[in-house]
Design a protein around this ligand. Structure first.
Ligand code: GLN
Length: 547
């Protein structure tokens, strides 16, 4: 089958859940046996979201091949289990950079370089994934960030218009809009949808399918009104009501026939609706998990999206352990030795979050100490692991001034330090250890057992191959455990149980005599998916639920 293209745009307001809808479409088509990928085009000028403050844009998600991307890619991977790559996350900045570099190189032979056709051609080339022709995909789903009518998204819309024309029936446009409910009038308002579709039509794009985001159920009368005002078939007007969980969205979309509508538009036989048994089993488990397990999330960004993948990994692992992981954000900047007990009171487990810079790190160190000395299951991720290592140096090894070179370049006890080969790099963007690296687990360690007990490293291998003691996990950091101290740590009880075979860098530390005290230099949260929750999160929640 020729590759088919689905374009997902949004109107009226932002944050409608385009990412979840795109991920759901991917999931539903995948369930029908199709090979899919989902990519995100963002209209901002940053080359990638790597340097964006999490308050601006939520977490930065990292692909296996080391691209810092938009958090929507996390949804795509969690829903479908596919591995996205650097070419699944494109920004206006990257498009312009490619075109400008080409211009400097003389590739345009003296032509005047313009938004149309040069920028739009480059957008089209990437929407078609021309560099990845060998992927042999059945469907490429392209989500465009921002809102219709924004000045900055205009070139993307023009590219979609041209592609629609060029691809004919092989392309489908899905448009998401918001249907507000006005309490005073007790009415659901479709006018914003009509306007949004008009705007799209004004750019030469007729949407094939409308997904109406709504807090109240829309009856057929409302859907009919939208269908007739927007030139869309009634069966192609679906609604995205508020759901108890985002993971119910694909089920709701399937019930309303969103995937079938897409297939009919393209002209492929619809056939039977796939059962998606394991997904339904998961939803069932989610609905029935009632016992709450309280987890303290120690970080510095009090924003749901800032630690999105960690939150979702905890949720997913909770569900598979038949509990509800109740996450309590604890601001590390506010933690002191005096108040740590009250701040973390009642927590069955503690997660010390990743991060950059010195703000809030002392609170993370105190939280790590509290977890260690009270034997509460504690999971340190990236900077969180580094804080565990520093805490251990200060309070067990007796190096009161131990620190990371990131926070204190002059400390004589640099237990966390920059890697030799990175010392010359001073630029901020894209200079980190990024993406998947191998790690050998030490036999007999808690982590080796955790991976073994929980289906292995699905994370690393989309084919589902279960690796025994070699895993592969994603990174995003500059600093490392300083191997000069390794023996001292091990003698004192903190073991280095995961080692990168190529560089000998420490990837995991654990204190075996504690119930669960583990820190990972990598980010396991990026590879938890709905059908394969990450082994370390599974094991952590299990320890929290039983302690
Ligand atoms: N700031 C630390 C480093 O660069 C940790 C980064 C992180 O937590 N992702 O090594």
């Amino acid at each position: 089958m020729d590759t088919k293209y689905i374009f997902v745009t949004g109107g009226v307001v932002s944050s409608l859940g385009k990412g979840i809808i795109s991920a759901s479409i991917g999931k539903l088509l995948q369930a029908r046996g199709y090979k899919v990928t989902i990519q995100k085009f963002d209209p901002y000028i940053n080359i990638d979201p790597g340097t964006l403050n999490p308050y601006e844009h939520g977490e930065c998600y990292v692909t296996v091949d080391g691209m810092e991307t938009d958090l929507d890619l996390g949804h795509y991977e969690r829903f479908t289990g596919i591995h996205t790559t650097r070419n699944n996350s494109i920004t206006t900045g990257r498009i312009y950079k490619t075109v400008i570099d080409r211009e400097r190189h003389g590739d345009y032979l003296g032509k005047t370089i313009q938004v149309v056709p040069h920028i739009t051609d480059e957008i089209k080339r990437r929407m078609l994934r021309e560099e990845e022709k060998n992927e042999q995909l059945d469907f490429i789903i392209t989500e465009v960030g921002g809102t219709i009518g924004d000045i900055e998204s205009a070139p993307f819309m023009e590219a979609i218009r041209q592609l629609r024309w060029q691809l004919g029936r092989n392309a489908v446009c899905v448009h998401l809009t918001y249907v507000p409910y006005l309490k005073a009038a007790d009415e659901l308002k479709t006018k914003p949808t009509q306007h949004s579709v008009k705007e799209l039509q004004g750019m030469g794009i007729q949407p094939d399918i409308l997904v109406l985001r709504t807090e109240r159920h829309l009856d057929d009368h409302v859907r009919m009104k939208v269908a007739s005002f927007c030139n869309v078939d009634l069966e192609c007007v679906v609604q995205s009501e508020d759901m108890p969980s985002i993971y119910e969205v694909p089920v709701s979309m399937q019930k309303q026939g969103l995937d079938a509508a897409i297939m009919r538009k393209i002209g492929i036989p619809v056939g039977e609706t796939p059962a998606m048994q394991s997904w339904h089993d998961f939803i069932q488990k989610q609905r029935s998990a009632s016992r709450e397990v309280h987890i303290g999330l120690v970080g510095k960004y009090d924003l749901q999206d800032a630690y999105k993948s960690i939150r979702e990994s905890l949720n997913l692992a909770g569900i598979y352990n038949d509990v509800k992981a109740k996450i309590h954000f604890v601001n590390s900047e506010e933690i002191t030795a005096e108040n740590v007990a009250s701040k973390l009171e009642g927590m069955a487990g503690i997660v010390v979050c990743p991060g950059f810079g010195s703000r809030g790190i002392e609170g993370k160190i105190i939280a790590a100490e509290y977890g260690r000395t009270n034997d509460i299951p504690t999971f340190g991720i990236c900077l969180g692991m580094q804080m565990m290592v520093i805490e251990f140096a200060r309070n067990v090894l007796g190096y009161k001034d131990a620190n990371s070179a990131e926070m204190d370049g002059k400390t004589p006890h640099n237990v966390i330090d920059i890697m030799e080969e990175q010392k010359n790099i001073t630029q901020m963007g894209g200079t980190m250890r990024l993406g998947a690296y191998e790690c050998e687990l030490v036999e007999g360690s808690r982590v080796a057992k955790a991976y073994r007990d929980n289906g292995g490293n699905h994370a690393a291998d989309a084919t589902g191959t279960v690796a025994a003691t070699t895993i592969s996990e994603r990174h995003r950091h500059r600093y490392e455990f300083n191997n000069a101290y390794k023996e001292e740590y091990e003698r004192a009880g903190m073991k280095c149980v995961g080692i990168n075979p190529a560089s000998n860098l420490v990837e995991i530390v654990e204190i075996p005599e504690k119930k669960w005290y583990i820190g990972t230099q990598f980010h396991p949260e990026y590879s938890s998916t709905v059908l394969h929750p990450h082994p370390l999160f599974m094991d952590f929640i299990k320890a929290c639920a039983t302690s």
